[in-house]
Design a protein around this ligand. Structure first.
Ligand code: GLN
Length: 303
């Protein structure tokens, strides 16, 4: 497996230079684009890696999967009254559908959906970001995971777009808590730093019927796990979810830090990272690596 990962790294590294590092905040614009890492974790505990698999990066929207998991554990089916389960077909930070759909975001992975879920978690925890951080540390089996204050402060400074979504949802009655407080927690979650190995391990429960080996804990029920994987497959890569299904064929979630996690149900969880993004805000080399991997092993869930 590691020989295959190394050959894939060699194949996709030349793509670096064709994309663009996220530049909506200065703290992310400074990341060295010339980086690539991949890690795969199997349900029997084997870890395979290549490249800079132990270099930390900003997980950004990958954090939305942790927030969703926490919300499902607490709210169960009730949460779907406040957020939908349909792909949006629009960029991750789009506002347009919110107005037409009475402040109910299309899915939990676009920013509007993740903000509503952060609002739910805000109602439940006294210190929502710390609850989330503890959860992530347990799942990744790494007590040293932290959030980058420089990144979250910068996100807050340039919050206008996310703030406008949250206030619009508040106007529609789909937001319970103080918007600014929720934004702070949402940005702290996005600014968590992890490496590919941490993320591959942390999401092993999605490949393992909801069970996390490290924390020896049933995180979600087997049914909830298939449901989350279904949502990841249909909405995890925003307006590129169709292309991801076509090229990779696995449940996945991207972040503008250049990370993408992907799940091979009942077998593997993995994470690939390379900071340069394509037009939809997804890692360019990361997508190509997952495509090559899925193709060579025949991993697409579509048969
Ligand atoms: N923090 C980013 C934002 O809210 C997350 C976006 C992403 O990773 N797609 O804009």
């Amino acid at each position: 497996m590691e020989a295959l990962l190394q050959s894939i790294e060699k194949k996709v590294r030349p793509l670096i230079g064709q994309g663009k590092v996220a530049d909506y905040i200065p703290a992310l614009a400074q990341v060295d684009p010339n980086q690539f890492g991949i890690a795969i974790y199997s349900n029997d505990g084997a870890l395979y890696q290549a490249g800079q698999a132990d270099t930390e990066f900003s997980i950004q929207s990958i954090s939305k999967v942790f927030s969703l998991t926490l919300a499902i554990k607490h709210y169960g089916e009730d949460m779907w009254q406040r957020v939908g389960r349909e792909p949006s077909g629009n960029p991750f930070n789009s506002l347009v559908q919110l107005e037409y759909e009475s402040g109910v975001p299309r899915n939990p992975f676009i920013n509007a959906g993740a903000l509503v879920i952060s609002d739910m978690n805000q109602s439940r925890f006294a210190a929502p970001h710390y609850a989330m951080r503890e959860f992530i540390r347990r799942l990744a089996d790494n007590p040293n995971i932290t959030s980058d204050k420089l990144v979250s402060d910068s996100e807050y400074e340039f919050r206008a777009r996310n703030a406008s979504m949250a206030y619009l949802m508040k106007a529609f009655g789909n937001f319970d808590n103080d918007v600014e407080a929720v934004l702070h927690n949402y940005f702290d979650n996005c600014a968590v730093r992890m490496n590919c190995i941490d993320l591959a391990k942390a999401f092993s429960f999605l490949a393992n019927k909801g069970f996390s080996q490290h924390s020896n804990e049933q995180i979600l029920s087997p049914r909830e796990t298939t449901q989350v994987n279904g949502l990841l497959a249909t909405s995890g890569l925003y307006d590129e979810a169709g292309n991801f299904a076509y090229r990779v064929g696995l449940p996945g979630k991207s972040g503008v830090g250049g990370g993408i996690i992907a799940i091979v149900p009942n077998q593997f969880s993995m994470c690939v990272w390379s900071p340069e993004l394509n037009k939809s805000g997804n890692s360019l080399a990361g997508m190509a690596a997952l495509e090559a991997l899925s193709e060579s092993i025949g991993w697409s869930v579509f048969g």
